[in-house]
Design a protein around this ligand. Structure first.
Ligand SMILES: Cc1cc2nc3c(=O)[nH]c(=O)nc-3n(C[C@H](O)[C@H](O)[C@H](O)COP(=O)(O)O)c2cc1C
Length: 289
């Protein structure tokens, strides 16, 4: 049975639903037929949202969850571009807590980011406890020390085999020493991973799903931009992501649900430094066709 019911009294046959979604709707000369089911309906809600006469009822949704759009987008483009250009990665934060309510606002923004096939399965862990954040930082550093040792052994093997010039060799060589540098940083009182940020967000999801990395990146960047409207700044931290993939003690500490992987990590807080100028960026390479 179709999840969608069309109220024939209200339907004008405008076929906006069928135009938008030929998978679930068919326009038979003004009579709209529907067959929305698990196999073809991705629960995007577009049919209900588009229908001008509220003729569509979808069994998987409550009508009150569709909220009237009465204003449309009213940003001034130039100002919005400035807002994007003024975003910088911040690694110095004031010793000031971020209110729970603001974090909840960020999560409200986060759930409106699009996801592949509308899977809506990005989850977030929000750390605000400095000891916990520090522990995750230590485990990430441990990973780079641990991997550094393995890299050293690998280089010795590659050299023994006369493969010093291999790309593999060059890449592993670059990775060497990262752990030691992180330890030195930590010993001088800095946190080389999370920069003593008051908030750490980990974006994760089940791994075999539609576009998990893209989903997490979009969710995270929606948070990063919304955070700016609250006076908060952020920085992505790829270092944890790679450690979480390969270092069992860190995985254990993160305690992710089964089959979940970390797909993005971000620190947030009130910025200590104020950037006075935008920075240069390379022009985008575009092929106009
Ligand atoms: C995927 C990704 C991973 C990143 N990982 C780190 C990181 O681990 N540590 C860090 O300090 N910055 C990290 N950054 C921040 C980049 O260094 C920064 O975005 C870049 O230098 C450009 O600076 P801007 O964000 O201020 O424009 C990361 C950025 C991205 C997009």
């Amino acid at each position: 049975m179709s999840w969608v019911v069309i109220d024939e009294e209200k339907c004008t046959g405008c076929a906006l639903c069928a135009t938008r979604c030929p998978r679930c709707f068919t326009d038979k000369e003004g009579i709209i037929l529907t067959d929305a089911q698990e196999g073809n309906c991705i629960l995007c809600g577009h049919c209900v949202s588009l229908c001008p006469t509220e003729a569509i009822t979808h069994a998987q949704f409550k009508r009150e969850d569709f909220v009237e759009i009465d204003r449309g987008v009213n940003f001034e483009t130039g100002r919005f571009l400035e807002f994007l250009k003024e975003r910088r990665s911040h690694r110095h934060f004031l010793d000031k807590k971020v209110a729970r309510q603001d974090l909840e606002t960020l999560m409200e923004a986060c759930r409106w980011a699009p996801t592949g096939s509308n899977v809506q399965n990005v989850e977030v862990i929000i750390y605000t406890n400095p000891e916990k954040i520090s522990k995750l930082s230590d485990l990430t550093i441990d990973y780079f020390v641990w991997i550094g040792e393995r890299v050293r052994k690998k280089i010795a093997r590659l050299e023994a085999e006369g493969q010093q010039d291999a790309l593999d060799y060059q890449m592993t060589f670059r990775a060497l020493g990262l752990g030691e540098r992180m330890i030195q940083d930590r010993e001088s009182g800095r946190d080389p991973i999370f920069h003593k940020a008051p908030v750490l967000m980990i974006f994760h999801s089940v791994s075999p799903t539609s576009a998990p990395k893209d989903n997490a990146v979009l969710a995270a960047h929606t948070v990063a931009l919304t955070a700016r409207t609250l006076g908060l700044e952020s920085c992505y931290i790829g270092l944890l992501e790679v450690a979480a993939e390969y270092y069992p003690p860190l995985r254990e500490e993160l305690n992710l649900p089964q089959e979940h992987k970390v797909f993005d990590t971000m620190i947030l807080g009130y910025p200590k430094l104020k950037f006075l100028k935008t920075v240069p960026r390379r022009p985008i390479k575009v092929r106009w066709e």
